[in-house]
Design a protein around this ligand. Structure first.
Ligand code: FAD
Length: 490
């Protein structure tokens, strides 16, 4: 073992998604003389570009898909190999890849992301959306489609429902309001008119250079069950998501339901069922019928399963003593260490197992994948140097910028009063079609906020959450549009 460790890489990273690449880049910049190994199953890696810090905790960036070898060009001390890790022997500090080669490490960081939780996985009429390949597959099917049924209520489903045109969409969600993984019922109401209105095409800037498998001499196609990196920001922009019909948007939402059974066309006829065609939707015969738990049955060309991801912990947890969270992620301490010595984890594959600051929580998003990847690298370097570092400031407060239904959406702190158990009050301001602002207060201090539209309030609200100023005397004026809050709290 001692002999083998002489040839070991100081740092090995598994995964070419945002977390893995951010980790490799940070390690490379902090230890330019150390050889680092990045093993990634996907032929394309995710590189962050145009990084902008827009406030203390909010950040914006683009994600470019690049051939895996580009990491080596940018970081000469990072060696990248495109293959899949098939086994981890943590005792031996060794990973085995698909062709049987083995690599020893002194410290390992697992950034293997997640895999989609697809309902009825083996049904040919059900598609999952995760990576570039699955989006291409979706586009191909959509092109021939007249009606699809989308299951799921998170970011992917929300973007998809907004982007699809020329195709009827039945959106089946288990909650009482749309997009509830991110926004409350009030904000959902604010978005609703957008569901069936003409989409504002505007001029979508093509920010990102995209490489496709055909563009490059990619060495190894990933095995079917190994996933490419999850899609990055703007994954749906610039993609034509058009069906066969001469319509713009036509969306029908079924609330508080789940999929009960997926019937074949023959089954549907044999059982004498009727299609619950929503008003204004076409009446036709469909290749597949979905029975929902509320008894409604919808025919469609295919089903899109956008019901989230589960951490991709295989093959790592086989034969190794990892502690795994209820959500399936590898538990990590505030130094990003798993329960297996010298093994770290970052991004979608891990579950934070430290007492979080009152205004932070983990959500599997690209900002957190970037932050965790970079911070894990710092922890790994600190360990080698025998230094102690404190938890990065980015874990002080949850902050996320995104776009839903064409609106800028900023989520801060406990934006949906998560964990406040009703012991809070909400301040709201809404201008139809323009902005939606919600502040969550507890004992007079701000705990979180949702800002939709061009509100310009993000920095002020961020400071109010971080500083915990007692807002009791100003509560009534806090959302008064005639008061300049920035001046007020200056
Ligand atoms: P991933 O990007 O999944 O990367 C994992 C990497 O590990 C891949 O390169 C994979 O090939 C590799 N790998 C896996 N197993 C192995 C193995 N055994 N050996 C070698 N390599 C392996 N987030 C947002 O913030 N906002 C959004 O609007 C948003 N929309 C999304 C839309 C879609 C369709 C999807 C799928 C995700 C979305 N997300 C969004 C989530 C975001 O993309 C992820 O949180 C983030 O990309 C996770 O990064 P990661 O590096 O942890 O994992």
């Amino acid at each position: 073992m001692a002999e083998k460790m002489k040839d070991a890489f100081e740092f090995v990273i598994v995964g070419g998604g945002i977390a893995g690449v951010s980790c490799a880049e940070m390690l490379s910049s902090q230890c330019p003389d150390v050889e680092i190994l990045l093993v990634t199953a996907s032929p394309l890696i995710k590189a962050i570009t145009n990084y902008k810090k827009i406030s203390k905790t909010l950040e914006e960036f683009d994600v470019e898909e690049r051939p895996w070898m580009s990491v080596q060009q940018d970081c000469p001390n990072v060696k990248v190999i495109q293959t899949e890790v098939t086994a981890l022997d943590a005792e031996e500090h060794m990973v085995t890849v698909r062709d049987g080669q083995t690599f020893h490490y002194k410290q390992l960081c697992i950034c293997s992301g997640g895999r989609p939780k697809v309902i009825a996985k083996d049904n040919q009429y059900v598609l999952g959306i995760r990576d570039t390949q699955s989006v291409k597959e979706f586009q191909k099917h959509l092109h021939q489609a007249r009606r699809i049924l989308v299951v799921g209520n998170g970011g992917i489903a929300t973007e998809l429902v907004y982007e699809v045109q020329g195709c009827e969409v039945v959106w089946a969600i288990k909650d009482k309001s749309i997009s509830s993984a991110f926004v409350d019922a009030g904000a959902a109401e604010f978005f609703l008119p957008k569901l069936n209105s003409e989409k504002d095409e505007g001029s979508k800037p093509s920010k990102r250079l995209k490489y496709t498998s055909e563009d490059n001499n990619l060495q190894e196609e990933p095995k079917e069950e190994t996933f490419g990196g999850a899609l990055g920001p703007d994954w749906s922009a610039n993609l034509k998501m058009t069906g066969q019909q001469e319509i713009s948007h036509q969306v029908h939402v079924e609330y508080r339901v789940e999929v009960k059974v997926i019937h074949t066309a023959d089954d549907f006829v044999a059982k004498g069922m009727t299609d619950s065609t929503p008003p204004g939707f076409t009446q036709e015969q469909w290749p597949v019928y979905v029975e929902l738990t509320n008894g409604q049955v919808y025919g469609c060309d295919f089903v899109v399963s956008a019901t989230g991801v589960v951490p991709n912990t295989q093959p790592f947890i086989t034969h190794n003593q990892f502690s795994v969270a209820v959500d399936g992620g590898l538990l990590v301490t505030e130094r990003m260490e798993t329960t297996v010595p010298d093994v770290y984890a970052a991004g979608d594959v891990c579950s934070a197992n430290w007492t979080p600051s009152p205004h932070w929580m983990q959500m599997r998003l690209w900002t957190q994948a970037r932050q965790m990847g970079a911070y894990t690298a710092q922890c790994m370097v600190a360990k080698v140097r025998g230094e102690v570092i404190s938890l990065d400031f980015c874990f002080e407060m949850f902050a996320h910028v995104t776009k839903f239904f064409g609106f800028k959406v900023i989520l801060l702190g406990k934006f949906n009063a998560q964990g406040l158990e009703g012991n809070h009050e909400l301040l709201l301001r809404m201008t139809k079609g323009k902005e939606y602002i919600k502040a969550v207060l507890k004992d007079g201090t701000m705990q979180g906020a949702i800002l939709i539209g061009e509100t310009d309030l993000e920095e002020t609200f961020e400071n109010l959450i971080l500083n915990q100023i007692d807002l009791t005397p100003f509560k009534d004026d806090l959302l008064d549009p005639n008061i300049d809050l920035e001046d007020f709290f200056d």
